[in-house]
Ligand binder design. Structure first.
Ligand SMILES: [Zn+2]
Length: 215
């Protein structure tokens, strides 16, 4: 079922809120202050949160992204949405909900993933060098060095708790989006490959001029 078809099955109040959010929210780019504010813990689960998740997914899809965090659209909560299904490769994923299974992502991951209050609870010692980009920093790509896999705890949009462990694109995406929830960007010195730092810093200057930060 595509996202538009899913929209039709929502109660009118949720559908109305989704459409309202889609009119109001846009992707913020580098230099916008909202990208640097650490997210707040979500405590209220209900129709507004549900609508926010689906609106975020729609915004992400329209931008051809595979992940989006609330901070990228100017919201304060610790919410991110991920859908790497179309980009699926050979990565594996283990769901830790007491099963400790090792399965393919296609078999087990309920895409799209709505992650509320997500946090990394374990990570591999091995680091992986990969290319990375971000909807909030269009046109800038660089290598990052991140743990090869991470285990993440999160709540879904209904408040139920889950834990997943992922490598490959999903593992990278989880780390990237949780970084957003913490006000961290992949171009930060703590994330970007040192060899790419000089060119990244030059590329970022044009965003700083376009979107001056008010001190
Ligand atoms: Zn990003």
């Amino acid at each position: 079922m595509c996202n538009k078809e899913k929209l039709r099955v929502w109660p009118a109040v949720v559908r109305k809120e989704i459409l309202h959010l889609l009119k109001r929210l846009t992707v913020k780019t580098y230099g916008d202050f909202s990208l640097r504010i650490p997210g707040e813990i979500v405590k209220i689960f209900g129709e507004i949160l549900e609508a926010t998740c689906w609106a975020m997914l729609e915004i992400m899809d329209r931008a051809n992204g595979v992940g989006l965090a609330a901070q990228q659209i100017g919201l304060r909560e610790r919410i991110c949405v991920i859908d790497t299904l179309n980009q699926w490769s050979s990565q594996t994923l283990a769901e830790l909900d007491g099963k400790n299974l090792l399965c393919t992502e296609m078999d087990i991951t309920p895409f799209p993933l709505f992650l509320i209050n997500a946090k990394v609870i374990d990570r591999s010692k091995e680091l992986l060098e990969q290319g990375e980009g971000c909807l909030s920093i269009p046109g800038v790509y660089a290598r990052t060095k991140r743990p090869q896999w991470v285990a993440v705890s999160y709540q879904d949009q209904h408040g139920f708790f889950h834990e997943i462990r992922a490598d490959g694109l999903l593992g990278q995406c989880l780390q990237h989006e949780i970084d957003h929830n913490n006000g961290v960007l992949f171009t930060d010195e703590s994330r970007v490959h040192p060899g790419d730092l000089p060119t990244v810093q030059i590329a970022l200057e044009k965003f700083s001029h376009q979107h001056p930060v008010n001190c």
